[in-house]
Design a protein. Structure first.
Length: 396
């Protein structure tokens, strides 16, 4: 059973918490004690309903008390798929924190209030989705019950958002009319929106194809750990363990070790201590090389005919998350997958998205985020506090 990570985003009061609550409630992913507590907390409501938003409001209350994690996570399963939901905060001042949950998402649900249409916060969230190259976008037009399930209202919002999607290069966009409060088109097709011929939200989430999101063309492997048992049976064994970032590796492949720029050949590939014919993304594996090479954590093994970029000066986009201001000359640690290097900010252009030049103490082996996002992203870490201060998208 595969896993879909997705994020919900929208303006304040667009209904994100109610939507997530409805997904959990109607798909029967709420434990009995949670359900009892939910019913007890909303006892006495005039219409006898339960407040589904309370399923995520607990984490929101924690955020308001100053806890630094600004994205709430929820987990649920159906017979078809497992899901991890990241609930992004809706306030404008927390837009930057959306990147925390969006960085690993394969899909984003952008909620739009049917009464308000496409607003500035919708555009901001869509810009981040575009920058992060989130492959699938669902525009959930919520509160259709408050506009009498009007097809014209729905169509006008589709027209408006289509223009945003065109400007930002969002290609796979699906529009679904819903009412999170009443459950219309969340788990089951709505009797109130018979003019809509598409799938309800949960069915769409279960069926959306994820295989194409994994890059099997550009082979990238970064060493996390060097295995040297030095036992009698394995005296000369030297394996390099890590996660296949992208691509496929097989015995006999001609590869380069970077940044050292050393040519060699793969002697074997292993999973779980057993030799296999091939390993591929996103598997964790061990690679053995034909030559004895001095390789350390953070070094890369790539196909000789398909090389990434190697440089110690990077043009990047930053999503700044620290309260301290970003200034030219500031020094940080740059974490790029398992490689950690010292870095200095050489140039800064402040705008909605921060453009900067980063100089690293040693060469980085990377791809542009646009080409291969898993090898084109990093984080900046404050050396003194050890806190993450920025998400980094490498442009070139």
């Amino acid at each position: 059973m595969d896993l879909l990570r997705f994020i919900t985003a929208g303006s304040v009061d667009d209904g994100k918490s109610t939507l997530i609550g409805r997904l959990l409630y109607d798909s029967k992913n709420i434990l009995i004690d949670q359900l009892e507590a939910l019913e007890k907390s909303t006892k006495g409501r005039d219409d006898g309903s339960v407040d589904l938003a309370l399923l995520t409001d607990g984490l929101r209350a924690e955020r308001e008390q100053g806890i630094t994690i600004d994205v709430a996570y929820r987990y649920f399963t159906t017979p078809k798929r497992k899901f991890i939901i990241a609930d992004a905060p809706g306030h404008v001042q927390y837009t930057r924190n959306m990147i925390t949950g969006a960085s690993n998402a394969s899909l984003i649900i952008v909620l739009v209030d049917a009464r308000q249409g496409v607003v500035e916060q919708t555009r901001r969230h869509s810009i981040i989705a575009s920058l992060l190259k989130i492959p699938h976008v669902v525009v959930a037009i919520n509160k259709m019950d408050l506009v009498e399930y009007s097809q014209d209202v729905f169509n006008n919002i589709v027209i408006d958002y289509s223009e945003v999607a065109k400007q930002l290069g969002l290609e796979d966009v699906t529009y679904i009319p819903i009412s999170a409060l009443d459950g219309d088109n969340i788990v089951d097709k709505s009797e109130n929106i018979k003019w809509y011929n598409g799938k309800p939200l949960l069915e769409f989430l279960e069926d959306v194809k994820l295989d194409s999101d994994i890059n099997l063309t550009d082979a990238r492997f970064q060493v996390q750990f060097v295995i040297r048992p030095q036992t009698e049976d394995l005296h000369d064994y030297r394996g390099y363990a890590g996660k296949i970032i992208s691509g496929v590796y097989r015995k006999g492949d001609k590869v380069k070790v970077l940044p050292q720029d050393i040519d060699t050949t793969i002697a074997s590939v292993e999973i779980g201590g057993k030799e296999v014919e091939e390993v591929f993304a996103p598997q964790s594996a061990v690679i053995q090389l034909a030559d004895d090479i001095d390789i350390s954590r953070g070094d890369s093994i790539v196909k000789a005919e398909n090389l990434p970029q190697i440089n110690n000066e990077l043009e990047v986009l930053l999503c700044w998350m620290d309260d301290k201001p970003l200034m030219t000359g500031n020094k940080y640690l740059l974490q790029h997958n398992s490689r950690l290097v010292r870095a200095v900010i050489r140039n800064v252009e402040l705008n909605e998205v921060v453009k900067a030049t980063i100089k690293t103490a040693s060469p980085l082996v990377y791809d542009s985020y646009e080409k291969l996002n898993v090898n084109g992203s990093a984080i900046l870490i404050d050396e003194t506090s050890n806190s993450t201060v920025a998400a980094v998208l490498i442009k070139q």
